[in-house]
Design a binder for this molecule. Structure first.
Ligand SMILES: CC(C)(COP(=O)(O)OP(=O)(O)OC[C@H]1O[C@@H](n2cnc3c(N)ncnc32)[C@H](O)[C@@H]1OP(=O)(O)O)[C@@H](O)C(=O)NCCC(=O)NCCS
Length: 242
């Protein structure tokens, strides 16, 4: 069959029942608490732990339709309570399971976005993580797009993520397509990222940061968006060894 836009066959959606079990490494949890996370500086940005005082900034970010159209919900937050529920997972004591950062301008401290490991879900069973691996995400106020901040943030976050203490995990269930085998049969640790095929900016950020696409599938599940979702991986420890 010719692969026109209408007939293109995509990869299958990730399905827990088809996952394989691997031996790999993962960052050790609990993550270092917010109180122990020092602000991390890139050329123009500071990555620091979110605080409850970031609520109004997060509200501004999460009420920009241009930003929120790229989230799973595809809509702005309904009210301040909903925004608050999106900040709480990053505050103590929930920082034990998340590693997410407020992203600010280094010079002024002005809040420009948020990014990192935010959903807390990996090695916790079906439905907790799309591919079984931790996933990275990020969003910036629209006024700050197109200045290279997305790329600068992700490069900084990669460094922070790579340096976290590791533990060996024997029976992690992951999407087989994401697996990069090592010579001894174990799997390279993966940090995954999911975007949509029409989000050129986000794909640009991922590619420039060394993430590679391993699957591209259409979200046809009940209640799904129908979007085509390129799925990316990056192996933190492989880069450290090279
Ligand atoms: C996605 C987002 C983080 C990108 O941040 P940013 O600071 O604008 O990104 P950068 O400037 O670092 O890089 C974007 C790159 O993509 C490129 N790009 C932009 N539009 C593109 C398109 N349609 N197709 C391909 N590449 C594109 C840019 O040219 C740039 O690369 P370059 O620096 O080599 O020119 C930001 O737009 C955002 O917050 N969007 C809303 C939330 C979101 O989409 N989050 C990601 C969900 S997966």
């Amino acid at each position: 069959m010719s692969q026109t836009q209408e007939t293109k066959i995509y990869d299958a959606a990730p399905s827990w029942s088809n996952f394989v079990t691997v031996k790999t490494t993962l960052p050790r949890r609990p993550f270092p608490p917010n109180s122990a996370r020092q602000p991390f500086h890139t050329e123009r940005l500071t990555l620091r732990p979110p605080t409850k005082d970031d609520l109004q900034f997060l509200r501004r970010l999460r009420t920009q339709p241009e930003v929120m159209q790229w989230t799973a919900a595809k809509r702005i937050d309904n009210d301040l309570a909903e925004t608050e529920s999106r900040l709480t997972p990053f505050l103590t004591p929930n920082d034990a399971l998340t590693y997410n950062f407020a992203i600010c301008l280094k010079e002024t401290g002005e809040f420009v976005g948020i990014g990192g490991f935010h959903n807390g879900g990996f090695d916790q069973g079906e439905g907790k993580s799309l591919f079984g691996w931790p996933e990275v995400g990020y969003m910036f106020l629209k006024e700050f797009w197109g200045k290279g901040f997305g790329t600068e943030f992700l490069k900084g976050f990669k460094e922070l993520w790579s340096k976290l203490e590791r533990e060996t995990v024997e029976g992690l269930r992951v999407d087989e397509r994401s697996v990069v085998r090592k010579a001894d049969g174990s799997a390279e640790e993966v940090l995954a990222a999911l975007t949509t095929d029409v989000n050129g900016r986000s794909q640009g950020v991922l590619r420039k940061c060394g993430f590679e696409e391993f699957a591209r599938w259409r979200d046809e599940a009940e209640g799904g968006t129908g979007d085509v979702l390129p799925s990316y991986r990056w192996c933190p420890l492989r880069e450290v060894r090279e």
